[in-house]
Design a binder for this molecule. Structure first.
Ligand SMILES: *Cc1c(COP(=O)(O)O)cnc(C)c1O
Length: 398
């Protein structure tokens, strides 16, 4: 049965008169989340107190929900666990990989990567010393830069600025051919593309849940470790909940079985409850349908804007195989144009120096929204409605 996107859309409470094209940055609130969080607070925490760890299944949430994410990213069941933030998970994955490739010293990434991933890699190299370095090249040059010196290829599949998508299977195969491991960041892929970490050969994958998966601000991240590594990888962040027997309170660390070893400390139970309810929206959603719908929406937006706003420059690839689920246009006054759009109910965002980003999230955005957003943008451009002082004042968070 084809996915019913009218049904998924009805499961969100979006404010009236808003076209929300920023679900790639912070997903909106699914209707069922508030009641589920209320229940976790009142019935579980309030009534069960500490027995909630067993009775309400709090301790099992990171792996139980990890399995729900696994389906969305093409991971083998039992190989995804939730916890911490994405930056922490990047560090964890990199540290494990470097230990698994002791003869090599280079982490290779690209200049389109999200800065936090690069900062974490840089920090890890400094901590390790011994000649470890982070090397970055332009996204188009990654393939040629994969050589024998590389221990780990660390890439974000979909570029947060341009929406350009890397070829995960091809780049991973090239990394493996020179003896390197591949860590993929799925921040803009999970719930947005038909990413398949298992088939794609990823060694490790990480991602956040507050973007396309709608867990809410501060929602926990996930980490995937391929079956061939999961009982070999040593967790650099060796917290008690990744221990083989946390409640034995041994003085020595022994990594837990399988993916459990990637847990660190106490899970964020209330945020996981929110995520659990948010994932209900995905029941019955086929990822192939999601991908087809996403391409239909981004194609329609690109065609509409290019036809009616000639001063905007597309920075997203036209080729479907190289596109994620967002569209970016550049303009020197991009910041002011985005503020004018937001004032008229079309919410996207801006990334310095000149990029306007529009995220397309099939769960709640339809072709009617795309058409309406194009109409409003075309009107703003035709009338120079963006050219007002109040649209040029920069907020701290863009
Ligand atoms: C959103 C995003 C992050 C954010 O990391 P947090 O630790 O969750 O704040 C990191 N990396 C990429 C690629 C992202 O898109």
């Amino acid at each position: 049965m084809p996915t019913d996107f009218a049904r998924t859309r009805a499961q969100f409470d979006l404010p009236q008169d808003v076209i929300y094209l920023d679900g790639n940055s912070l997903g909106p609130l699914p209707r069922a989340v508030a009641a589920r969080v209320q229940q976790a607070v009142t019935d579980e925490w309030g009534q069960m107190l500490i027995t909630g760890w067993n009775k309400a299944g709090w301790m099992a949430l990171p792996t139980r929900i990890g399995d729900r994410i696994a389906r969305l990213i093409g991971a083998e069941p039992g190989h995804v666990v939730m916890g911490d933030t994405l930056s922490i998970k990047v560090y964890q994955a990199l540290a494990s990989c470097l230990e698994m490739r002791p003869g090599k010293r280079v982490i290779l990434s690209d200049t389109g990567n999200f800065p936090s991933d690069l900062y974490m890699a840089e920090g890890l190299c400094r901590t390790l010393g011994q000649g470890y370095t982070l090397k970055t090249v332009a996204p188009e040059e990654v393939e040629n830069a994969i050589d024998d010196s590389v221990a780990v290829l660390m890439l974000t599949e979909v570029d947060y600025r341009t929406g350009r998508r890397h070829d995960m299977p091809a780049l991973t195969a090239k990394a493996h051919a020179v003896g390197a491991l591949a860590v993929w960041d799925l921040a803009h892929s999970a719930g947005a593309t038909d990413v398949q970490v298992g088939q794609g050969g990823a060694d490790f994958a990480v991602g956040c849940t507050y973007k396309y998966l709608n867990s809410g601000p501060g929602g926990p991240a996930f980490i995937y470790v391929a079956p061939r590594h999961v009982d070999v990888a040593r967790p650099a962040l060796s917290g008690w909940l990744g221990h083989e027997a946390p409640f034995a309170f041994d003085l020595d660390y022994r990594p837990g079985h399988g993916i459990e070893r990637m847990r660190v400390g106490t899970p964020p139970v209330l945020q996981l409850a929110a995520l659990d309810a948010a994932l209900d929206v995905w029941d019955g959603v086929s990822i192939a349908d999601l991908r087809a719908r996403s391409l239909e929406l981004t194609d329609a937006f690109i065609a509409g804007v290019e036809a009616r706003c000639p001063s905007l420059t597309l920075s997203t690839p036209r080729d479907h195989g190289r596109r994620g689920s967002q569209v970016s246009f550049r303009h020197p006054e991009g910041y002011a144009i985005m503020q004018a759009l937001i004032a008229r109910g079309v919410i996207g965002d801006f990334r310095a120096p000149d990029t306007m980003r529009f995220g397309f999230t099939p769960l709640f955005i339809g072709l009617d929204d795309v058409q309406r957003a194009v109409d409003i943008l075309a009107d703003i451009m035709a009338t120079d409605a963006w050219d007002r002082p109040e649209f040029k004042i920069r907020s701290a968070i863009t």
